[in-house]
Design a protein around this ligand. Structure first.
Ligand SMILES: Cc1cc2nc3c(=O)[nH]c(=O)nc-3n(C[C@H](O)[C@H](O)[C@H](O)COP(=O)(O)O)c2cc1C
Length: 279
């Protein structure tokens, strides 16, 4: 299959539509690879060269950064005891213990504050944006790392569950004030090819000129049906609380997920790390 046909096939699998690909578009190989992204949680018993991980970190940190502030850090967790300490905090993500390599992507607003000390200037932006900018930068670097890793044949799983116990994670990783974890990342050679996870239709997520959610409910229903054709849920969530629902759909699963409190201590954690969140 050539790159154009591959891209077309991946987008059909992802969005359920045969999208127009202009005749003269460049970089189809890259687009096809990105459209073929798959989170894969099982890894072959083969190590990943630390030099390759560092290379991917450098490529990922080449991503754009808000105002050139460079507020993302990557912690490569190499020591077995450090890996074990983090894995113990992630019982629902056994792939975090098993992945050949693991990294934690952090937002870092401490460096910026250090510049103010070094240059003798007041830091006049102690408000929510200080945390938010660093979180966005870390997310962008995470995404770039994943794309770079997949280009080399590696597979990854981001782990936001690292934020379930942020205080313990901060302690294990010796995070200073104003540095916070955004996500962990399992890295390894894939044990199986994985599969494309369908997304909501583009009319739910791409808007022209003005935000338009008039077709949202129909879009969710369409997605629920389309997704179950290729990715029916293998497990249902908390039937003990919610009973059985037929068919079991994405919208049901996500509504069940957030019907339960999740990470309610996050704001308190960030406040304890020195961030101002209420202005
Ligand atoms: C920020 C972020 C955090 C995530 N956290 C977890 C996690 O804690 N555990 C996990 O197994 N997958 C996690 N994932 C993977 C998502 O579940 C996955 O991306 C989603 O189901 C879509 O599948 P796909 O990436 O194969 O398209 C996370 C993804 C992102 C972007």
């Amino acid at each position: 299959m050539d790159d154009r046909a591959a891209l077309q096939a991946h987008l059909i699998a992802r969005f359920g539509v045969d999208l127009e690909i202009p005749a003269d578009v460049q970089g189809l190989d890259t687009l096809a690879r990105m459209a073929n992204h798959r989170t894969i949680r099982a890894y072959a018993p083969r190590s990943v060269d630390p030099a390759l991980i560092r290379l991917l970190a450098a490529v990922a940190l080449s991503a754009p950064t808000k105002s050139d502030l460079q507020q993302a850090d990557i912690i490569l967790v190499e020591s077995p005891s450090q890996r074990a300490a983090l894995a113990a905090l992630l019982p629902d993500n056994p792939w975090a213990a098993k992945a050949p390599a693991f990294a934690v992507f952090c937002g870092n607003n401490a460096r910026q504050r250090r510049l103010h000390v070094l240059r003798g200037r007041a830091f006049a932006n102690d408000h929510l944006d200080a945390m938010f900018n660093a979180a966005v930068d870390a997310g962008i670097v995470l995404s770039a790392f994943i794309a770079a890793a997949e280009a080399t044949g590696l597979a990854t799983t981001p782990i936001s569950a690292i934020r379930n116990h942020p205080g313990e994670v901060a302690e294990v990783l010796a995070l200073p004030r104003h540095v916070f974890p955004v996500a962990g990342l399992c890295i390894g050679w894939p044990a199986h090819p994985g599969s494309i996870s369908p997304r909501l239709g583009l009319n739910a997520t791409v808007h022209t000129d003005r935000h338009d959610s008039s077709g949202l409910d129909a879009g969710i229903a369409e997605y629920d049906t389309r997704r179950n054709l290729t990715r029916p849920y293998r497990e249902t969530r908390r039937d003990d609380l919610f009973g059985r629902t037929e068919p079991y759909t994405w919208s049901e699963d996500k509504a069940r997920q957030y019907a339960q409190p999740e990470r309610t201590g996050w704001a308190a954690f960030l406040a304890a790390r020195g961030f101002v969140l209420d202005r």
